[in-house]
Design a protein around this ligand. Sequence first.
Ligand SMILES: C[S@@+](CC[C@H](N)C(=O)[O-])C[C@H]1O[C@@H](n2cnc3c(N)ncnc32)[C@H](O)[C@@H]1O
Length: 268
Amino acid sequence: MSVLTSDQFGRIAETAHRLWGLSLPERKIQLVSSRMVRFLRGRPFESVDAYLHHLQHAATDAEKLEFFDVLSTNTTSFFREMNAFDYLERELWTPLSRGTLTTSGRRIRIWSAACSTGQEPYSIGMHMREHLSGDWDAKILASDLARSVLVKARQGRYDDDAMEMVPDALRERWFTREGRQWRIAPAISSLVSFRMANLVEPFRFRGPFDVIFCRNVMIYFDRATRADIVSRLGALLRPGGALILGSSESLSGIDSDLRPVQPSIYVR
Ligand SMILES: C[S@@+](CC[C@H](N)C(=O)[O-])C[C@H]1O[C@@H](n2cnc3c(N)ncnc32)[C@H](O)[C@@H]1O
């Protein structure tokens, strides 16, 4: 038995779609219900309806974002889906290091567009430091909409569990032990700038980017929302730049100028 009625869930789903592009199918009612119970505990609302009325009619932007945190799924890991990193090594780091690929001003710009708690942009940074030689003007933009994940990402401190996918040699080189956690080295964190950004709103970033990671977030959007995001991301890629999706995601069914080069990787 869920605490949310079908009507209440419908109101949540409508709000989540309108504000954040999220598609919440009815089968998520149990999940949203249990998160809702936790969220409302200790908050001054006498009922779910009272909270939903507030959310829909009076909530500030900050309050709406608190609720986004309730709905969003932030699962991530270091070096998740290595095919993306293999692509970077083959198409970017190696040709740049050898001089068979050049960029104006030795500029490299990468965007991790749904960075969650930071493992993705920090993995890109470590990978770059490991595989790219020479002096480069390299920067990684990392964005997400959930405030809580951005706080954690900026701290750059991770428990042992989160470190499982980091090879020992990289852990030794790019992390220091701090109490019971591991802290990312300044040589990596200084490459990364974290920003809050909603993928369904116009981007404030100018680009052009060499690579945009937008992984494991498209699955939460419907086709029209995905098509809109992909066309705006594509416009921020330099010619030849790549959009990398999650390995279970693709642009199938979406009209796009981007060219598939391998599963879930598309080039402008
Ligand atoms: C499952 S995580 C994926 C993290 C990382 N890209 C990876 O593949 O490991 C999805 C992230 O997308 C973010 N997200 C969901 N909807 C968003 C939106 N409309 N704008 C920006 N970020 C969003 C969530 O906050 C969450 O951190």
